[in-house]
Design a protein around this ligand. Structure first.
Ligand code: GCO
Ligand code: MG
Length: 430
């Protein structure tokens, strides 16, 4: 298809540039080089060789995102001017009438990030330059130290500290419980079985045992690792709200950098109570998908760090607005950066990390060699920080031939989170 044969689409105003650059094709690339299902959107343009990439990874429902991109967004977007990012975001967002769910937002994010990537390439500038330029050299990182017991957590934390990490998230297995974040992938393992960090052999979850153990873990880590390292922890919405408040108080003496997801999105009404009980720094939000969900927590200063899975809120366009809102309320950024964010998504996180004044911390997943080969230009981890290259746009490419060699693992649930239950059989949050 050439620019001339493309359908005439709204808006009716003149396209930018001579000749204008239009969207020629929108498609998805599915790959799992390290066993984690990743979805990336590629937008090709009417300019030969000019394309953009965006992260659309919703690893529990990747195939639904693929359908949303290819069946709905593609026909809606082909022919539009690549420069109209805001207009395209707004139009796509409401084109489903019902909106702001994670499937549609991830699809929209793939498009949104790809358009920013293209804009950067046309400008010849890395994205952080379009966002106002560097406000820091690199983004300080935290990585995960997990273990079956305190010794293993300590060993993994020390290994990270030896690599220069100054921020370490610690999670330990509750014996006999299917604990979130407790298993680390052993050296040389692709991470496939550990992608969602669950000990599936242990069938149930005991919130009381966890609430007793977590403060002991941090007492041990402070004693063993010293005062200087910044420690973090993710409750992962695993306990009833009132227990989370007690746990937050019990963890206070260990001076965490932040305590993440003490409450489930359904329990945000408890935040004023939690805030009144403890001065522990709180990080929240990776499960929100409607950007409006953050507003009450930000404006009432109920959290300290905003956690956002960028693709789940619809990409860079809404994330930039949230970061700016946070700036005025003293809330710092902590974009979600686990293994189920593609290197393209990590590069998008980094573009914001470098440019926003209220950067807090960046979570990182240490990608395996295969993922780095599939995604040349993947941001570099050095001295406990994430460094951007200076290529135009997001600076990350995808080797499609190689990506195709790592199809999604075949599994009956296609990536869905297996259920976790209490001893009496009640299903609980993941
Ligand atoms: C975190 C997260 C993740 C999520 C995962 C779900 O890193 O803070 O909670 O590990 O569990 O992204 O797919
Ligand atoms: Mg989390």
């Amino acid at each position: 298809m050439t620019a001339e044969t493309l359908p005439a689409v709204p808006p009716a105003w003149d396209a930018y540039g001579e000749p204008p650059v239009r969207i020629r094709d929108v498609r998805t690339i599915c790959t799992a080089p390290d066993g984690i299902r990743l979805v990336v959107v590629k937008i090709e343009t009417t300019e030969p060789g000019l394309y953009g990439l965006g992260c659309a990874t919703f690893t529990q429902r990747p195939l639904a995102v693929v359908a949303a991109v290819e069946e709905y967004l593609k026909p809606f977007l082909v022919g539009r001017d690549v420069h109209d990012i805001e207009d395209i975001w707004q139009a796509s967002h409401v084109s489903s009438y019902w909106r702001s769910g994670p499937v549609l937002n991830n699809a929209l994010s793939g498009v949104d990030m790809a358009l920013w990537d293209i804009k950067g390439k046309i400008a010849g500038l890395p994205l952080y330059q379009l966002f106002g330029g560097k406000a820091r050299r690199a983004a300080a990182l935290y990585a995960h130290a997990s273990g079956r017991d305190f010794d293993e957590v300590e060993e993994n934390a020390r290994a990270l500290m030896d690599q220069g990490f100054r921020y370490v998230r610690c999670q330990v297995a509750v014996p006999g419980s299917s604990t979130y974040g407790a298993l680390a992938a052993p050296k040389g393992d692709s991470g496939q079985r550990y992608a969602i960090h669950l000990d599936l052999a242990a069938a149930t979850w005991d919130p009381d045992a966890y609430c007793r153990l977590a403060p002991q873990l941090f007492a041990a880590m402070r004693a063993r690792l010293g005062d200087e390292v910044n420690l973090l922890h993710d409750i992962h919405e695993r306990v009833p709200a009132i227990k989370a408040a007690q746990l937050a108080k019990d963890l206070e003496p260990y001076r965490l950098f932040f305590l993440e997801d003490p409450l489930a999105p359904e329990d945000v009404g408890y935040f004023p109570y939690l805030r009144g009980q403890t001065s522990i720094p709180i990080a929240m939000g990776e499960l929100f998908s409607n950007p409006a969900e953050y507003v009450p927590l930000i404006k009432d200063r109920l959290i300290d760090f905003i956690r956002v899975h960028l693709s789940t809120i619809g990409g860079l366009t809404p994330a930039r607005k949230l970061a700016a809102l946070c700036e005025y309320f003293g809330v710092r950024t902590a974009w979600h950066g686990p293994g189920d964010v593609s290197p393209v998504g990590h590069a998008a996180n980094l573009a914001l990390d470098l440019a926003v004044p209220n950067f807090g911390i960046q979570e990182v997943h240490i990608f395996g060699e295969r993922t780095k080969e599939v995604f040349p230009g993947c941001p570099e981890i050095r001295d406990g920080a994430l460094w951007s290259n200076d290529l135009p746009g997001l600076g990350v490419d995808v080797n499609e031939e190689l990506a195709a060699r790592y199809p999604f693992p075949s599994h009956a649930l296609n990536g869905a989170w297996p259920e976790i239950r209490q001893a009496d059989g009640t299903v609980i949050r993941p």
